[in-house]
Design a protein around this ligand. Structure first.
Ligand SMILES: [Fe+2]
Length: 296
């Protein structure tokens, strides 16, 4: 039993020297909605949640905070985390949409993690041709893989989904194949990439044409990953952060069985979590490998 059960990736924070430029990218290029802006930051959403991206003025730190929804109440979570030896702080002043937050530090990176039970509604709903459906996952470097994996699994209730070689792990907190992934590195730190989900391949293509019209070009993809089998594309935001737009990620509907819902492009049937070789078919079933994407 884990101390806490994370059920959703809520939001990710970005520090930027130019808030206006990054907000412009999110609103005009990615079609997010700016829900609220105050001295605590710009709060952007893709849908009903108050925000999934928070932009604050500073350096160029990406993933400077990660917010997770948990299915436990915050009192119990605080208690159990304390019993497990983790110091938490209860905050009511974090920002709009999240009036009650439990803050703890991610070991190894020092990134503040915000645990919440839910967000206030954004008031944003309905169909738009372009806007991503949701924040899908955020990938980060970690000095050591094992302690990070055990923190996320044993303390926060994540489940193991896949590993590549001995340095890249994928973890899920609900049906989606991964909400958090970590790459072990003594060379790099910080965010590896952040990913937003598109409805389907046509939605993704429409967004790629929209990106091109705004002079944003892909540096990798379209391709299909092995782990998660998501169809992926990667480009950079104005600060140079790597942004993945993806669709068709693996899902598990029956945790008791623990297999991904079968898809024609899977390597085996039934297919569940496994450790993958580091090769072309793992990184991109369609080829080619993007060399920097595996540099750790
Ligand atoms: Fe990804």
């Amino acid at each position: 039993m884990s101390a806490v059960n994370v059920s959703k990736l809520g939001y990710v924070g970005f520090e930027t020297p130019d808030v206006e430029r990054l907000v412009e990218y999110y609103t005009r290029v990615l079609d997010f909605v700016l829900v609220e802006g105050d001295d605590r930051g710009a709060f952007l959403t893709t849908g009903v949640d108050h925000h999934c991206v928070v932009v604050t003025k500073g350096g160029t730190r990406a993933r400077q905070v990660v917010g997770y929804e948990i299915s436990d109440d915050l009192d119990t979570a605080a208690e159990l985390l304390k019993e497990s030896g983790y110091v938490t702080q209860r905050r009511s002043d974090i920002g709009p949409g999240t009036p009650d937050v439990l803050v703890l530090e991610e070991p190894g990176t020092g990134v503040p993690l915000h645990l919440i039970t839910a967000q206030d509604p954004s008031g944003v709903a309905g169909f738009t041709p372009l806007r991503p459906t949701k924040l899908g996952h955020v990938a980060a470097y970690t000095p050591e893989l094992a302690p990070m994996q055990s923190f996320y699994q044993d303390l926060l209730g994540f489940k193991w989904s896949d590993t590549v070689g001995d340095f890249f792990v994928f973890l899920r907190c609900n049906a989606d194949h991964h909400a958090a992934n970590f790459m072990a590195s003594q060379k790099y730190s910080g965010m590896h990439h952040i990913a937003y989900e598109m409805r389907d391949p046509n939605h993704l293509i429409s967004m790629l044409d929209h990106l091109a019209q705004h002079d944003y070009r892909l540096h990798w993809g379209p391709g299909r990953h092995g782990p998660g089998h998501n169809l992926f594309t990667y480009h950079r935001d104005p600060d140079g952060n790597v942004i993945e737009l993806f669709t068709q990620i693996d899902v598990v509907h029956d945790e008791a069985k623990g297999f991904w819902e079968p898809r024609p492009w899977h390597e085996e049937f039934p297919m569940g979590p496994r450790t993958w070789e580091v090769d072309m078919a793992t990184v991109n079933q369609w080829g080619p490998i993007d060399p920097p994407s595996l540099d750790h």
